[in-house]
Design a binder for this molecule. Structure first.
Ligand SMILES: Nc1ncnc2c1ncn2[C@@H]1O[C@H](COP(=O)(O)OP(=O)(O)OP(=O)(O)O)[C@@H](O)[C@H]1O
Ligand SMILES: [Mg+2]
Length: 336
């Protein structure tokens, strides 16, 4: 039996296998963890709202907290709902009603309702929710999870104590990453670790997914390299972006366009990622005329916005090249 369980856990994707089982295993969110623990110790848990970018530990923190509060009573005392499931507010209302109104046989205290991905709810649904929250406040606490607080209605916001989950800091990510590397017996060089930290951008889910994919791609005793990390997440290598930028600045439009398309096609890189890397690289450039930088960043951010609305890759590539070329042409005329 226990062997069976162990094997099951082995087969899980690493994001689930390494999901924190207690608040101590939540990395890089110490202030939030300490505050919510204090609420529980004082027996004054308010309705909570956790919001912030993906993979920063919102779901993990509330589940770990609930496990600490309820232990083996978890399933009687906690209701997990996913608001982005294709269900109307009526279903949510009925489930909450059934759950909140059943008697608590096993333990005293509040029941907890976790409402994940609440920013996917319509405004009408959110408005109904605030009634529901009020109605059951006597014996129930809600924890609302969302990526964007601005997508929630003010009425809902004002009923909760808000916590913003920041992207996890590099030191915390590194610590967690090193744990997993040891547990999974992974061979990985330092450059690859650095690359992984860089591509993660504070998202722990991404670290675990890329690490698992890279491990699957190498032989038993082979080392994971920087190249492989970039390959596994379809990100552009810094060297490639330098090549693209050099070509834009030093060659004519057609050559720059050719270089950019070729690299993007070969490495499967998305245009948004190129823009992001180019912006980082450009920060290091000393310009004679600061206006050049302002003009260029404005143009690039417009292009980035346009990509989010859907755009043709080739048109986007031409736009990036034009944006940089025209801005730099102004620079040289001013310099002359
Ligand atoms: N702070 C953290 N400490 C340790 N592991 C974490 C942390 N944040 C995320 N993880 C890892 O990433 C996985 C995903 O985290 P989680 O589901 O908590 O993210 P989330 O913030 O709820 O993201 P989303 O907004 O996409 O729902 C977890 O299973 C866990 O393995
Ligand atoms: Mg979540």
């Amino acid at each position: 039996m226990s062997l069976g369980r162990a094997t099951n856990r082995e087969n899980l994707p690493w994001v689930e296998k390494y999901r924190p089982t207690s608040l101590d295993e939540v990395y890089g969110q110490n202030e939030i963890v300490n505050t919510v623990r204090k609420f529980v110790e004082e027996g004054k848990l308010p309705h909570l709202l956790f919001y912030g970018p993906p993979g920063t530990g919102k779901t993990s923190t509330i589940i770990a907290l609930a496990k600490e509060i309820y232990g083996k009573n978890y399933h009687n005392m906690v209701l997990e709902l996913n608001a982005s499931d294709d269900r109307g507010i009526d279903v949510v209302r009925n489930q909450v009603k059934d759950f909140a109104s059943t008697r608590q046989i096993f333990s005293k205290g509040f029941k907890l309702i976790i409402l994940d991905e609440a920013d996917a709810m319509t405004n009408a649904a959110q408005n109904s929710l605030r009634r529901i929250i009020e109605k059951y406040t006597k014996n129930t606490r809600f924890c609302i999870l969302a990526n964007y607080a601005y997508k929630l209605t003010p009425a809902l916001l004002s009923r909760c104590t808000r916590f913003r989950f920041q992207p996890i800091g590099p030191a915390a990510i590194e610590q967690r990453m090193n744990n997993v590397i040891i547990k999974e017996n992974i061979k990985i060089d330092d450059a690859a670790k650095k690359a992984l930290l860089k591509v993660s951008k504070g998202d722990m889910r991404r670290v675990l997914n890329v690490l698992q994919a890279s491990k699957a791609a190498v032989e038993e005793n082979e080392e994971i390299t920087e190249e492989l990390i970039y390959d596994c997440c379809g990100m552009c290598r810094p060297g490639d972006v330098k090549k693209i930028l050099k070509s834009i600045l030093e060659e004519d439009f057609t050559s720059a366009y050719y270089t950019m398309n070729k690299i993007c096609q070969e490495k499967g890189v998305a245009s948004v990622d190129i823009i992001e890397e180019i912006v980082l690289l450009l920060e290091e450039y000393e310009l004679q005329n600061e206006e050049t930088r302002i003009e260029m960043l404005t143009k690039l951010s417009d292009i980035e916005y346009a990509i989010s609305k859907g755009g043709n890759t080739k048109v986007v590539h031409s736009a990036i090249i034009s944006a940089i070329k025209t801005s730099f042409e102004n620079e040289s005329t001013v310099a002359a």
